[in-house]
Structures are given as C-alpha cells and as structure tokens.
Design a protein around this ligand. Structure first.
Ligand code: SF4
Length: 320
C-alpha cells in the first residue's frame, strides 16, 4: 500500500518556530494582517465518532480538549460582528464532528436567522443522520445560505478507510447521497496523501460523483477542496518577510487575513479566539476573548503556516 508523501522526510528542527519575531536563522519572521473578518469559524468541540490517521486536530471519541461550544458562547460573537459592523458574511463550523454537539442545530439556526451564510464541515455519518429532519428543515428554510461539506478522503473506499477506519466509507457516502437527494448542494473535502497528481484525483472524484448521482463539479476548487498532508513533526522552512516576494504569495490570500476561529478549551469558562482553524491548541496563538482583541497581526510561528498555507497553498476557507 502507498505510503504518505512525507515518508523519508526529516523531522522538524527544534530550533525553528520558537521566537515570534525572529526565525532560527535570525531573519525577521513574516506576519499576516487581518484585512477584514469575512469568515468566523467556531470549533464545536473535538469529540468525533472517528479517529482518523492524520486528523490535524487529533479528534476522536475521547479527545475533549476543546469542549462542546454552546449557543450562548456563539451569540456574543455574532453580537460583536453586528455591533462593530464587521464584514463577516460566513460562519463556519468545524470539529470534531459538529453534529455530535447537542446544541449544534440550535446554534446553526441562530446563525442563519441572523442572516449569515453557514458552512458545516462533517463526516456525514450517523451523528448527522440522527438530526437529518432538523437539518433538512433548516435547508428548506434558508436554502443556499446553508452549505455542508463532507470529508471523503479519497474517491476509493480502500484509501478512504486507511485514513478514516474500517466501515467509515458506506455511511459517509450514504450521508453525501442523502444531502444530494434533499436539496443540499454538498461540497466535498478530499486529501492528497498518496502522491496522486491533482488532475488524476479530480478525475477519480468526478467518476465517484457520477456513479453516486452527486451533482458536484470535481474541477471546481470550491466544490471539491483537496487538502495536503499536515504533519507538524516534519521539517519545513520558516517563513520570513522576504518570502512573500520570492514565492509570489500574497499574505492577503492566507486564511488568517480574513478569518478567525473561536474555541472553548476544556475546563475554561470562556471561549477564546485563535487565528485560524489550523492551530486549535497552541497557547502562543490565543488572541483574546473578543474579535476586537483578535484583530492584531498573526506571526507565522507554526510549521502549519509554512507547510500548509505559504508553501502548500491550502486553505480551509470556502473560497479556497
Ligand atoms: S496556519 Fe495559516 S492561516 Fe493559520 S496562522 Fe499560520 S499562516 Fe495563518
């Protein structure tokens, strides 16, 4: 069986990603300014019905490092957006598995009632199907303002289940089909672990969508998002201020230029804001309890900043 693309790559130099301002080589670290908060993510909690092999957030049936967030945690942030006239159009929900959160349908409804678009990342398995009627009712009420994105790690059952575990394929495909049959225009998130060229991956997904009657364009990067491997233990260059020009990357294109993520850490009374969905735990990236406090620049002091965002070109935002 194929190994992940990282096989044989050396481990991260421990002197890297230490100082917020300077790299290990003494160069000035790159930072990203918030251009406008167009998407606000909520992590609904890290508990999940699956234990995936390369889950960037290490979700599982026992990982509750991020607690279930509640509607009463969410509402003050929606209030702050309205009060301060922030340009936020989209509220994203990720986990863990959001549909395992007992308050999830309520917070989704509150979000949609406030006029935001909502994007839900799910494995579309039993937790989603348990609330299928309520979800369908929201779709009927709010139409295309509600988008559900399903994780299908590969277009074949064998590789999907290597990552997500035995018996994870059929329920996910059934959930995706249910969404298609019930008026949703589902999105899919796949992975690029196995060294397969992107064009071949997209062709494979196109065949899979056709076979299952899913009306989704595999060549549309919003409808089918492909995420690269994210392993913070592997070595990667640090990003300096000179990198933008060398790599021709616009810092405004990175997720932390337009997004933030709210998390509720286990045992803490209040939610806090992190710069993006990719860095849920690192205390160095806690930006405060309000969106105003989280408006400062983000120093790219994490391996994910380099591997996933600047060098890998990935993003969790809807338009990526
Ligand atoms: S991981 Fe990406 S989006 Fe998150 S802070 Fe780093 S550069 Fe920004």
């Amino acid at each position: 069986m194929s190994e992940p693309a990282s096989a044989g790559v050396k481990t991260l130099d421990p002197t890297k990603f230490q100082d917020p301002t300077w790299t290990a080589k003494g160069e000035r670290r790159a930072s990203v300014a918030l251009r406008g908060l167009t998407t606000l993510w909520f992590n609904t909690g890290t508990l999940c019905n699956l234990t995936c092999g390369h889950c960037y957030i290490e979700s599982s049936p026992t990982n509750d490092r991020l607690a279930y967030i509640t509607t009463s945690d969410v509402v003050p942030y929606l209030d702050e957006i309205a009060r301060d006239g922030l340009p936020t159009r989209e509220i994203g929900f990720t986990g863990g598995e959001p549909f395992m959160n007992p308050d999830f349908i309520a917070m989704l409804e509150t979000t949609l009632e406030r006029g935001f678009h909502a994007l839900v990342l799910t494995n579309a398995m039993r937790p989603m199907m348990k609330v299928a009627n309520a979800l369908k009712a929201l779709r009927e009420r709010f139409g295309e303002m509600l988008v559900v994105r399903v994780s299908i790690d590969h277009y074949t059952q064998a590789l999907h289940e290597i990552e997500r575990g035995k018996n994870s394929w059929r329920p996910a495909v059934a959930g995706l089909e249910w969404l298609g049959r019930n008026g949703f225009a589902p999105r899919v998130a796949g992975r690029t672990f196995w060294g397969e060229p992107e064009a071949a991956l997209r062709r494979g997904y196109a065949r899979f969508f056709a076979e299952h009657g899913i009306a989704l364009d595999a060549n549309d990067r919003e409808q089918l998002v492909l995420f690269p491997e994210m392993d913070a233990t592997l070595d990667v260059p640090e990003i300096t201020t000179a990198c933008w020009g060398i790599l021709h990357v616009d810092p405004a294109s990175l997720m932390c230029a337009s997004s933030r993520m709210v998390v509720k850490r286990k045992g803490e009374a209040n939610a806090v804001v992190m710069p993006c969905t990719l860095i849920p735990y690192d205390d160095r990236f806690v930006m405060g309890e309000s969106l105003a406090a989280a408006a400062e620049d983000v120093m790219l002091n994490h391996p994910h900043c380099a591997r996933f965002c600047v060098l890998g070109g990935g993003s969790c935002s809807r338009g990526a």
